[in-house]
Write a protein that binds this ligand. Structure first.
Ligand code: PRP
Ligand code: URA
Length: 278
């Protein structure tokens, strides 16, 4: 049976008719212009799920290869591998939001090619611990990129963030900052990290927050507080209420994307634990 979560949509190759396409949960739409959600392609949905296209009717099946990141049975090695693939997609999309200028080069056959090049300096800043998992994806795309760290931990009982430590490039105020954290639940940790960056002179509009799974609440808190700061996320989660056997209603209320412990639902659990220690 199909999971009773999220808005659903047909996904799959265009050569198939709609009736042959599987239906999958896709990211919840958000109303903020500053928030970009990755295209909900079959590949992205599969990386986020657990198995092959035919898995709806076969609980715990492993068709299509290894288990992927939302599946609670996914082993750590697979979790790391498939998270890294999504992180790479996020970084590639994030780079599209940096400024470029015109730049012409001469090719080996003596012709000109009028292209573009990036303008300005960048750096990454990871919110430790889970954000560090995104550093390699950034390094793979931006050779020898500078990386700063902010250690913020959420209190397990209250979900309130606590700042322990930061170490940032000295000239960070002159750079574009790619802020890295895979999980965006209440938004408290990311908001605290942005306050640190702003206190070092980084303007809001030069920060780009890259994130794997967000809740509608986190996005709303953040976008209201920082209306000029851009967010690139792979997926906005939301639990939906089944109103009949075939349709789902997804009203955006204040508790739709988080559980009573402020974990994202359906989510993927504790990213840091699954990536580093489980
Ligand atoms: C997680 C996650 C975010 C934060 C999200 O980190 O990586 O930093 O929680 O929650 P929020 O939006 O409600 O603040 P956590 O503090 O659990 O530490 P970890 O990185 O060591 O797992
Ligand atoms: N941190 C996580 O790792 N997961 C959540 O769902 C919320 C905070």
């Amino acid at each position: 049976s199909r999971p009773h979560v999220g808005p659903t949509q047909c996904v799959g190759p265009e050569y198939r008719s709609e009736s042959q396409l599987p239906i999958a949960t896709v990211s919840t739409e958000v109303k903020y212009e500053t928030v970009t959600t990755l295209p909900q392609t079959p590949q992205l949905i599969a990386l986020l799920t657990s198995a092959g296209w035919a898995s709806w009717n076969i609980p715990n099946s492993n068709i299509g290869g290894c288990r992927k990141i939302r599946d609670k049975n996914t082993e750590r090695a697979d979790f790391i591998f498939y998270s890294n693939r999504i992180i790479r997609l996020l970084v590639e999309e994030g780079l599209n939001h940096l400024p470029v200028v015109e730049h012409t080069v001469t090719t080996p056959v003596g012709r000109n090619y009028a292209g573009l090049m990036f303008q300005g300096k960048i750096c990454g800043v990871s919110i430790m611990r889970a954000g560090e998992a995104m550093e390699q994806g950034l390094r793979d795309c931006c050779r020898s990129v500078r990386i700063g760290k902010i250690l913020i931990q959420r209190d397990e009982e209250t979900a309130q963030p606590k700042l322990f430590y930061d170490k940032l490039p000295e000239d960070i105020a002159d750079r574009w900052v790619l802020l890295l954290d895979p999980m965006f639940a209440t938004g408290g940790s990311a908001i605290m990290a942005v306050e640190v960056l702003k206190s070092r002179g980084v303007p809001e509009e030069r920060i780009l927050f890259l994130n794997l799974i967000a809740s509608p609440e986190g996005i709303a808190n953040f976008a209201t507080k920082f209306p000029r700061l851009r967010v690139v996320t792979a997926f906005v989660d939301q639990v939906c209420i089944p109103i009949s056997l075939i349709s789902f209603e997804c009203p955006l209320t204040s508790s739709q994307g988080l559980d009573s412990k402020n974990y994202i639902v359906p989510g993927l659990g504790d990213f840091g634990d699954r990536f580093y220690t489980m």
